[in-house]
Design a protein around this ligand. Structure first.
Ligand SMILES: *Cc1c(COP(=O)(O)O)cnc(C)c1O
Length: 383
């Protein structure tokens, strides 16, 4: 118990203690937290789909028809025809033979990686990959090699030196990185995968719904869908729902149904959630103006800050503004919160110690006037 107390008091001293704040209202990028209303710049509901009337209606119909829960795991009686329909729609969306729905992105990553790879195999992982990817690799028992973020030269060097002595090999990267807001060089990674006889797994959590002609993600945008063996992503971000998917060959999904522990030993997602996800895929395909407008807003916001000489990173709907010191970053976040903008100060250990930053998640519902007011407020912080 003493160790826990020490941990908590140390975190507090360093300004690193995290705590939860109840949200009493959230709609169209407005939130009320502790009785104060903010413009929300911390949500991943980029396209505002969680409030889309057609999605809400689909969920209500499924809720009335099937009840609140699915009642069992997929291998028992929890595999509703809705789940199968969502898997068909996802496979079609990703132009893959097959797809499997998972209960969350975290469960998907730890389950998929640990079921497909093990002792004697190796995984080459971008240094900034999400915690769920790292946990999946650790759980698998495969040897992990981390390459510098988006550094193709470093990946190639590691492949040349290490690939040979291992049996199966995987290269794994996110397509849009959640703390940098930048995108992976997929074409170059695909070329290396072929040359060094590896499989490639892509985590499209932040790209699904945003990139590509049909909105399926960065692999579609870069024209490499057929080259990526394992495409994972979530329904919980731009699609406004919950859960995750893997799109791949039928052989792989058949295997996972039989071997993936996080898929097998967990209750299936509720039918209402599945119905929302299905509708969201349909809407993303049908309403490309949403992603176009979102990316235009992000471009406007990022360029305005860049012009003022600020250290803004990335190229997507996620706009990180690097400040450096943890305390200064926390003060800046507090100042902006007082001005009515809710956003996160991202600090160690999520990002390197000297790169604390403000992370702005743009949404379709941020209008230009709000963005201009936010830019002015940022300039007042005096970074
Ligand atoms: C959010 C996220 C996940 C986890 O997805 P959940 O559905 O929230 O569990 C996995 N990978 C990446 C890159 C993410 O950003």
């Amino acid at each position: 118990m003493e160790a826990i107390e020490n941990f908590l008091s140390k975190r507090k001293e360093q300004g690193l203690l995290r705590y939860l704040r109840p949200v009493s209202f959230r709609k169209n990028s407005r939130v009320i937290i502790d009785n104060k209303e903010y413009f929300d710049f911390s949500s991943n509901d980029y396209l505002g789909l969680s409030g889309h009337p057609e999605i809400i209606e689909s969920a209500k119909i499924a809720l009335d028809a099937f009840g609140s829960g699915s009642g069992a795991s997929r291998l028992m009686s929890g595999s509703f025809s809705l789940h199968h329909k969502l898997e068909e729609a996802t496979a079609d969306f990703k132009q893959k033979e097959s797809a499997l729905v998972f209960n969350s992105g975290y469960q998907a990553n730890i389950g998929i990686i640990s079921a497909l790879f093990g002792k004697g195999d190796c995984v080459f992982s971008d240094r900034l990959n999400h915690a769920s990817i790292i946990d999946g690799i650790i759980l698998s028992g495969a040897r992990m090699f981390r390459f510098r973020h988006n550094d193709i030269g470093h990946l190639k060097e590691l492949l040349r030196k290490e690939r040979k002595i291992f049996k199966n090999s995987l290269i794994i990267t996110e397509s849009v990185f959640s703390m940098e807001g930048d995108t992976a060089p997929l074409k170059e990674i695909v070329a290396l995968k072929e040359r060094y006889d590896c499989q490639i797994m892509l985590d499209e959590a932040h790209a699904t719904g945003i990139y590509g002609e049909n909105g399926s993600g960065l692999a579609e945008e870069d024209g490499v869908l057929d080259k990526v063996d394992l495409i994972m992503g979530t329904f919980s971000k731009a699609l406004g729902g919950f859960g995750a998917y893997l799109a791949s060959s039928k052989k792989i999904t058949d295997y996972l149904i039989n071997a993936c522990r996080s898929f097998i030993y967990s209750t299936a997602l509720p039918p209402a959630v599945i119905a929302s996800n299905l509708k969201a895929i349909e809407l993303v395909k049908k309403e490309p103006w949403r992603r176009k407008e979102l990316l235009e807003k992000a471009w406007f916001f990022r360029s305005a800050l860049k012009e003022k000489g600020l250290d803004v990173r990335g190229s997507s709907q996620i706009v990180p503004l690097v400040i450096g010191k943890t305390q200064r970053t926390l003060e800046a976040a507090r100042f902006l919160q007082e001005k009515g903008f809710y956003l996160l100060a991202v600090r160690y250990p999520t990002v390197p110690e000297k790169e604390a930053r403000l992370r702005f998640s743009l949404s379709l519902y941020h209008d230009k006037e709000t963005l201009e007011r936010l830019i002015n407020a940022i300039l007042q912080v005096g970074i």
